[in-house]
Each structure stands twice: as C-alpha cells, then as structure tokens.
Design a protein around this ligand. Structure first.
Ligand code: V47
Ligand code: SF4
Length: 393
C-alpha cells in the first residue's frame, strides 16, 4: 500500500532549494491551479522525486489506492488511411491497400460475436481513415452491434475519423454526432490529438483535422451528454512549452464542458515510420511527464497509462507517478503499437494477470465500466483462485 502523507509532502517542499519549485509545491498542497509558466518550470527543473511525490499525493487524494481497468476488446476495421502522419507505422495509403486490411461488416460482426458469453463491457472501435468507409457504413455497423449485444458500450472513432466522416457526408459536427449517437455510439476515444501546437502539428500530421476541429468534435460530443478521452503523443520533436500548451487547451475545454474522463499520454515509438531517426524518450522523462500531467490537469478525473504501448513493467511504474488507470484487458487485436516497435508484440492480458500486475504495484484493482462506475473490487480476491477461474482468463 503506497501512501504519500501531507506531512511528507510538506517536508519535501521545505527541503527543495529552488524557490519557484517550492512555490509550486505549496500551490499543489493548497489545491491551487498551476499556470502555464509553472507547468514549464516543472518540466525544466523538477526532479522525478519531486513531481512524483506531489503527483502521488494528488492521485491518492482523488482516488486513494484504487487503480482502474476495464474489460474491453478492440476492433480495427482498417489500416488504410488517407492521411500521412509522419509518426504512424500502422497505416497504408489507399494505393497500397493490398498491404493493409479492410474488414467487412460481416468480419467485424464475427469479431464482436467471438466475445459472446465473455464478460467484456466495452468495444473500442478505431482505425485508419479509409476513403470508401462512409458514415452509413458505421451507422449500420453500430446498429448491428447494439442489436446483437445492447449492453456493450461502444467507444469509437477518433476526432480524425469523425471529422472526415462528417465532411464526406456533408453534415455538421452536431448533426453527424447526433446521428452516430442515435445509432449507438456512446463515447469517443482520445486519439488524433497528437500535439496541438501548430509548429509541431504542421510537421508531424499536417493533413488531418486541426486543433480547433479536434477540440470542437469533443465539445459537440460533450454537449450531447457523451464522454470522451484525450491523448497527447509525446517524446518526439515537441518541447516543454508545446506539452503545456497542449494540456492548457484540454484544461480549458474541460472547464467548459466537464466531458473528459481521462488523459492518456502516448509515448512516441519510433519503429517503422517516417520519424524513425527521432530517438525515443528515456523512461525517467516519461514518468516525469505522467506526474506533471497529473499536477497540471487538475480538472481531469483520471490519468491513464496505456500498457500495450509502454510495456507492462513501465505501466506498473506509472502507478507511482499520478496514474490511476491501466486501460483494459486487451487481447492481441490491437496493432497500432506492435507495428511501431512496442515491447508488447502481442498485447494480451487476462483479468487475472491485470489484477496481479496492479496488486504487485501495491494498489487496489478496481474493474470499471467505460464511465468509471465500479463493477468489481478485486482487493480481497485470491490470485491463485482467480488464475484458475475461466471467467477471469
Ligand atoms: O492518435 C500512432 C498514437 C493514437 C504512434 O481513448 C502512436 O481509451 C506512439 O488514441 N507511437 C491512437 N503512438 C490510439 C489512441 C488510444 C489508444 C488507447 C486508448 C485510447 C482511449 C485511445 O495512437 C494516435 C497516435 O497518437 N500513435 N502511432 C507511434 N508510432
Ligand atoms: Fe491515419 Fe491515424 Fe495513422 Fe494518422 S495516425 S496516418 S490518421 S491511421
């Protein structure tokens, strides 16, 4: 059981030699919001121990020792994509589509049905932006999924996919989102945000939805009562100001709508893409970023580490640096990170394994649904019994 006491935090702040960092520390203790410059100062000056202790204090104030996960599966309808993001190892242009995959409605329904009888609560649908897959295709697909399994929560389509879908169907974001909601869409994943600052966005993903468009799609969803996530692709050519600028945009929209559930920092992986010459960030820097995002995004309920991208051990480590959510029990259907060189070449964790991973890190495993309603507290479960129970494997 980890615990960062207020007294421990006070002692840490008092022993800090840098006045700016000490002031930031006291603001965190008083639950005051950090400004832009203060965010940058943390990146520039703070040690891992300093931000980690503060972030753990905030995380434990919000969630105690709880660490959330859900039981979900991914459907990636296609990796054919009209866009040309420099960091992407996964997509194939339409002209090269024979190197990629395009699933039909029947093939997708076959995947959905393969989970019949399994206690999953969410399907996460995300993929490339295929020029021939229309909004009608996805509306029909979601209606079929809902008819087959009404209680399965559909979290689907990044703002990039939605922006393209709506423009092609010649509907406004409001009209399009309403139609998708009626068809069964319940939440949006956080992908496509990358780095909002134009100096970086123009270099790494110049041709897909821009910052205002991304934010507006999430705003529209929130205004319809839907929830969403937000990501940031970090550890490539962005600097500290760009990171804080990104979080600042998200914090502002969250003040306006309150519709974000979780912030998911996504570590840039450099395998097999047009940015393979850019080195990956060191683990210590990754942990500092998780911690600083917990401190800066005071209005985000959750910070999530996506274990298929980080690897299991680093994901465990994030739980001491502000993270309270480890995504889900994904099987090996997600390819976006394995194709970019992640340690997890076949990302799959059973419930029993995920529970064990969280317990080993001294935390309390809580199964949640997409909206963070608690489904089951596994703290008192016997790991051996869990491992032998097919319901959890
Ligand atoms: O937007 C692509 C990232 C994202 C690389 O909302 C890369 O619950 C690192 O957003 N190195 C899509 N990252 C995935 C995504 C996501 C994943 C899990 C959960 C949720 C959620 C959302 O993947 C893209 C991009 O930022 N990405 N290529 C790469 N080489
Ligand atoms: Fe397409 Fe998404 Fe890859 Fe960009 S990151 S090329 S939008 S699949």
């Amino acid at each position: 059981m980890q615990e960062t006491s207020r007294q421990g935090v006070e002692e840490l702040i008092q022993s800090e030699k840098d006045t700016a960092l000490r002031n930031i520390g006291y603001k965190i203790l008083k639950e005051e919001r950090l400004g832009f410059e203060e965010g940058v100062t943390l990146f520039e000056k703070a040690s891992l121990g300093f931000v980690g202790t503060l972030a753990n204090y905030v995380r434990e104030k919000k969630h105690g020792n709880k660490t959330y996960f859900n039981r979900n599966f991914h459907v990636e309808p296609t990796n054919v994509c009209v866009f040309t993001c420099a960091f992407c190892s996964y997509s194939r242009l339409y002209k090269n589509r024979d190197e990629g995959w395009e699933l039909s409605e029947d093939q997708i329904m076959h995947i959905v049905k393969s989970y019949d009888g399994k206690p999953v609560t969410e399907v996460h649908i995300v993929g490339g932006v295929h020029p021939k897959l229309t909004m009608e295709f996805f509306i029909k697909l979601m209606k079929k999924i809902k008819a087959h399994r009404p209680e399965l929560h559909i979290k689907g389509y990044t703002a990039v996919e939605l922006d393209y879908m709506f423009r092609k169907a010649k509907v406004s974001a409001e009209e399009g989102m309403q139609l998708l909601k009626e068809a069964g869409l319940q939440s949006l994943p956080g992908g496509g945000a990358e780095i909002f600052h134009p100096d970086i966005r123009s270099k790494i993903c110049h041709d897909k939805v821009g910052t205002e468009g991304w934010l507006n799609i999430h705003r529209v969803a929130h205004n319809l009562g839907m929830h969403s996530n937000a990501t940031m692709l970090f550890g490539h050519i962005e600097n500290y100001e760009h990171r804080i600028d990104h979080m600042e945009h998200l914090r502002k929209l969250q003040d306006e709508t309150g519709g974000f559930n979780t912030f998911i920092p996504l570590k840039f992986r450099n395998g097999n893409n047009d940015m393979s010459h850019v080195p990956e960030s060191p683990v210590v820097e990754d942990m500092r970023l998780y911690a600083i995002s917990r401190l800066y995004l005071d209005n985000f309920p959750h910070i999530k580490a996506y274990w298929p991208m980080l690897g299991r051990q680093n994901a465990q480590l994030t739980l001491s640096f502000g993270v309270d959510d480890l995504d889900g029990t994904i099987d090996d259907t997600t390819k976006i990170y394995s194709m970019a060189g992640s340690e997890e070449q076949k990302p799959a964790l059973s419930t029993a394994e995920l529970v064990a991973l969280i317990k080993q890190a001294g935390r309390q495993p809580i199964e949640r649904d997409t909206l963070y309603n608690v489904i089951k507290d596994y703290s008192e479960e016997d790991l051996n019994a869990l491992t032998q129970n097919p319901h959890y494997n």
